[in-house]
Design a protein around this ligand. Structure first.
Ligand code: SF4
Length: 308
């Protein structure tokens, strides 16, 4: 069996920074370190950090007084920041700088008196964080139908921002619908949407032209991993989202000569290796990596961790 690996795949700079923030916090302050929400949406990553002394909570009320607290890569609402400040919790903010950039865009548009539309998935922690960061109402749209259902007048000054784990391709129809609906509309340059999301989606499209089956390594609650699987399915290649090699089903591969593998931005490479190992247990495999866009973006750690 031939195995082709998408390039790029797996960890993005925001995920690397978030995980390193927890690891460095554990080294600097000693365990336990509390993390609000899964630092990134991957069970393996969360379990590894738990083993090193991180404690994951959903609410700050679960964090003891004065305990070092990390906010996840997805970002948090202002109310969460205020609660942490009111309780005097020492906070390390691992919100991805690209998510913070979206928060700032939203604040800027709102300060100019525009009605703010957020393109994203209801209930996703990043969306909840973004909605809670801007000081005013945010209109969430998930698809083109939601745009039609907006009750604003056509001449209302409107601006839109987007969830980072949606690519340029994901948002273009919704943006077009917004532009057709409103006469005075502004939005960020679409190239501003996360580079990693776009690159991984482009890579899976390239991969899909060459393979019979696509395996996406990632968690079921990872928005960008789900999207990678959807793209494979949309272009007509049987695509499966699996956490690791244990979830591989030999039935999926019975007619496949070439298998493509990619991984969501929160999935570590060790899990890709695990899937390859599982394939080897089915039969001999030859692995090669597709050429693809090179990524060399790095984000600086929170300043508390870079000063003595
Ligand atoms: S996917 Fe993009 S926005 Fe999300 S953490 Fe990675 S770099 Fe940041």
């Amino acid at each position: 069996m031939e195995v082709l690996l998408a390039q790029p795949r797996g960890f993005c700079a925001g995920v690397v920074r978030a995980i390193e923030t927890v690891e460095r916090a554990l080294e600097k302050y000693g365990p336990p370190v509390y993390v609000r929400h899964e630092i990134v949406h991957n069970k393996y990553v969360v379990e590894s950090l738990k083993n090193k002394g991180a404690i994951f909570v959903e609410n700050l009320s679960e964090v003891p007084t004065k305990a070092v607290t990390v906010f996840s890569a997805h970002g948090v609402a202002r109310s969460v920041e205020e609660e942490a400040a009111a309780r005097g919790l020492p906070v390390l903010n691992a919100t991805c700088p690209l998510v913070t950039k979206v928060h700032n865009q939203g604040k800027r548009y709102m300060s100019k008196g525009r009605a703010l539309v957020l393109i994203g998935h209801a209930g996703h922690p990043e969306v909840e964080g973004t909605m809670g960061q801007v000081p005013g109402p945010v209109l969430l749209v998930q698809d083109v139908d939601d745009v039609a259902a907006l009750t604003l007048h056509a001449d209302t000054p409107v601006a839109y921002i987007t969830q980072t784990t949606l690519s340029v391709d994901d948002t273009k129809d919704i943006i077009l619908a917004l532009q057709q609906r409103f006469t005075d509309i502004q939005g960020p340059d679409t190239r501003d949407i996360c580079y990693a999301t776009q690159n991984r989606q482009s890579a899976v499209r390239d991969l899909s032209k060459l393979v019979d089956v696509i395996l996406v390594v990632g968690a079921t609650n990872s928005s960008n991993s789900n999207r990678l699987r959807e793209i494979g399915t949309e272009v007509g290649v049987a695509s499966y989202l699996i956490a690791d090699g244990s979830e591989l089903n030999a039935e999926w591969l019975k007619d496949a000569k070439t298998v493509g593998i990619t991984a969501g931005a929160s999935a570590p490479e060790v899990l890709v290796d695990d899937v390859i190992e599982a394939l080897r247990r089915i039969g001999p495999v030859a692995v090669s990596v597709l050429p693809g866009r090179e990524e060399n973006i790095e984000f600086r750690l929170p300043s508390e961790l870079t000063t003595a």
